[in-house]
Ligand binder design. Structure first.
Ligand SMILES: Nc1ncnc2c1ncn2[C@@H]1O[C@H](COP(=O)(O)OP(=O)(O)OP(=O)(O)O)[C@@H](O)[C@H]1O
Length: 623
């Protein structure tokens, strides 16, 4: 695997002297090095082919891409070759390192707006070039934005880039799942219809927030939670209060990129024309403002590594769990934190095989959850499923983003909207659940009696009304009175229909789904809200239990070994259960989205049908 486009960079390791380490990735270490015959300082990325998870084709693609593409804002490879069990990729040395490293060393709370605009302008030009040449970068983030001592900005790391040409169809959407969760677009996570170059625009928006705050949104959470928050919550954005130092045009551009529907995100070309980039300066400005006074990259890298090692050692002692480990990966700024959907599916499959969950339902359950914030009108006015999801996540319809055509007008920056958004997004899921725990007493008879009775919709298919009105569709599912018991083995399998209400071992009751269970849409649609609530309720109960254990511990001051081991055991069980619930929650949301899409398609078909029928009868009438 030897490439050397200009032929003047030697492809023998003996022609290079490796100096200090300046970076580390999942499977690669990057060194500053000297190319002896040319007397040029270069960076050499050394990939251990044995440790490398990627197959050789992927690596070959990265190298070829790096060599063939030619743009001032893309890191080019001089050459590459294999040396025993490793692959060496020789690139220009970017002496200031990555923006992530620069922020960690000198700008922990992010950069000023003119710096961000200048950095992003360079990155966006690189992305536009890649897209025009049929490539998706797939890993746009501050860790992959490199800067040299003169302030030149280059987008690096094609480790996960993909060529659309490979399929022979430039429009073809990708279906593989790669990237780093915090920067990953929802459609990449969902894997419903594949994704395209718009995934890079989402990551670009996240990167903009990362450069503004010093870290990516959701970066303090473990991968699964990031996935759920990205899918369920309103897209992250710049906050009216917290981000006062940033201009409206910056807020606009971030909001335009972070629209969940990829079709509504602008192209890179279009974004380049946005007025925000009037704030961009030249590379000398970058050198002057953020590189002045920075120590040598190798020294900075060594210090950061040392600090992180100390931090991790401390953290490890306190939290030995997997979530914290993945957090450490994030903090190192590498993509080892890459999220593998196949792994998740396997986890989910394990849950299906191992867990027999028996749950029952009655009408009270639905009632108990109708007015969770003591504001039933507000909740029940909306789609009950989404209202419930929203009550935890404040997602979807509340924050509208316009399409690419309305970039200049899209952001409503009125204090009321922004204030609302910040107070909502200020609560993480845990806090929202705690809020519920504090505010909802589901045993309260007044609370129950104030709510309408449940009626089960047994109709095997979606009615015309349902098709035409999203809200009505969900409302109907909660409009019945039958009491039944049902049992599950694995996900969504109804095995024992009964007529009396029954409470599950954990005290949770859920609605009966009736014979409409034969219809996939009907069954899933009926079960999903219940399942979602059970998961949420379990989480609440678990958190409350944890809280109580902590309170008891504090009160009794009981620090004996026995008590500690019991608590540790509880922690372990709880985090296992929590992981399983997150997987289930993810599936519930995914299936719900599919159902919504199916229903929407049905509605459109019905409308078309009605139109055709009208035309037909007009023709018949004429004749
Ligand atoms: N040409 C370069 N000049 C200076 N530093 C570099 C260069 N290339 C990479 N680095 C540093 O090394 C780090 C890791 O490199 P790189 O991202 O290519 O490895 P990776 O294994 O692909 O990483 P990741 O896990 O983020 O995908 C970068 O974040 C950057 O700080």
């Amino acid at each position: 695997m030897e490439y050397s486009p200009k032929k003047n960079f030697p492809v023998d390791p003996k022609d290079y002297t490796l100096y200090e380490e300046v970076g580390q990735g999942v499977s690669a270490t990057v060194y500053r090095a000297l190319c002896i015959p040319l007397n040029i300082i270069v960076a050499i990325k050394v990939l251990d082919l044995e440790k490398c998870n990627n197959d050789l084709d992927v690596i070959r693609r990265e190298v070829q891409t790096m060599i063939l593409l030619d743009h001032p804002n893309l890191l080019k490879a001089h050459c590459s070759f294999t040396a025993s069990r490793s692959l060496w990729i020789v690139t220009p040395y970017m002496a200031a390192g990555s923006c992530l490293h620069i922020m960690k060393s000198a700008h922990p709370d992010g950069f000023e707006q003119p710096v961000i605009a200048t950095l992003l302008h360079g990155v966006l030009k690189a992305i536009a070039y890649l897209h025009a040449h049929g490539h998706i970068h797939r890993d746009v983030k501050a860790g992959n934005i490199l800067v040299d001592t003169k302030g030149a900005v280059k987008l690096a790391d094609f480790g996960v880039s993909a060529s659309l040409f490979e399929t022979g169809n430039r429009q073809h959407a990708r279906k593989t799942f790669v990237g780093t969760p915090c920067w990953m677009a929802p459609e990449v996570m969902q894997q419903l219809h594949g994704y395209d170059f718009k995934a890079d625009i989402w990551s670009f928006g996240i990167t903009a927030l990362e450069l503004a705050h010093g870290h990516a949104p959701f970066s303090k959470y473990p991968p699964m939670k990031v996935l759920l928050m990205t899918l369920q919550n309103a897209p992250p954005g710049l906050d009216y209060e917290r981000d006062k130092r940033f201009s409206k045009s910056f807020k606009e551009i971030v909001a335009a990129c972070l629209v969940k529907d990829p079709k509504k995100r602008p192209t890179a070309e279009k974004l380049l024309k946005h007025r925000f980039f009037k704030h961009a300066h030249n590379k000398e400005f970058i050198a002057r403002t953020i590189l002045d006074g920075l120590s040598l990259l190798g020294d900075r890298f060594r210090m950061l590594k040392q600090k992180e090692a100390e931090f991790f050692a401390q953290n490890e002692a306190m939290h030995g769990d997997k979530d914290h480990l993945s957090q450490q990966e994030y903090m190192r700024g590498i993509s080892a934190w890459n999220f593998d959907l196949e792994d998740l599916k396997r986890q989910a499959a394990l849950i299906e095989d191992d867990d027999g969950i028996t749950i029952a339902e009655n009408q009270d359950w639905s009632c108990k959850h109708r007015g969770e914030f003591g504001n039933s009108a507000d909740v029940t006015d909306r789609d009950p499923i989404n209202a419930r999801v929203d009550s935890f996540n404040f997602s979807r319809s509340e924050w509208k983003h316009s399409g690419p055509d309305e970039i200049e007008e899209i952001v409503d920056l009125s204090p009321s909207v922004q204030g609302k958004q910040s107070s909502y997004s200020g609560l993480d899921n845990l806090e929202k659940r705690r809020y519920l725990l504090r505010n909802v007493n589901s045993e309260d008879p007044k609370f129950l009696s104030s709510l309408p009775p449940l009626k089960v919709d047994h109709s095997p298919s979606v009615s015309a009304d349902e098709g035409s009105d999203h809200l009505t569709r969900h409302q109907k599912r909660y409009d019945g009175s039958s009491l039944h018991e049902t049992a599950y083995k694995g996900r969504f399998k109804v095995t024992v229909p009964e007529s009396s209400p029954k409470v599950a071992p954990n005290g949770i009751t859920i609605p009966y789904f009736g014979e409409s269970a034969n219809s996939i849409v009907g069954t899933s649609a009926s079960i999903l809200p219940s399942l979602h609530c059970i998961l949420q309720q379990n989480a609440m109960q678990r958190e409350e239990t944890m809280r109580l254990v902590e309170v008891v511990d504090q009160i009794t001051g009981n620090h004996t070994e026995l008590a500690e081991s019991v608590t540790n055991n509880k922690h372990m069980q709880i985090s296992l259960a929590s992981a399983r619930e997150r997987v289930l929650e993810y599936h519930v949301v995914g299936i719900q989205n599919k159902i919504d899409k199916l229903v929407e398609e049905l509605r459109i078909q019905k409308m078309k049908n009605a139109k055709l029928e009208g035309q037909l009868s007009a023709v018949v009438d004429k004749e």
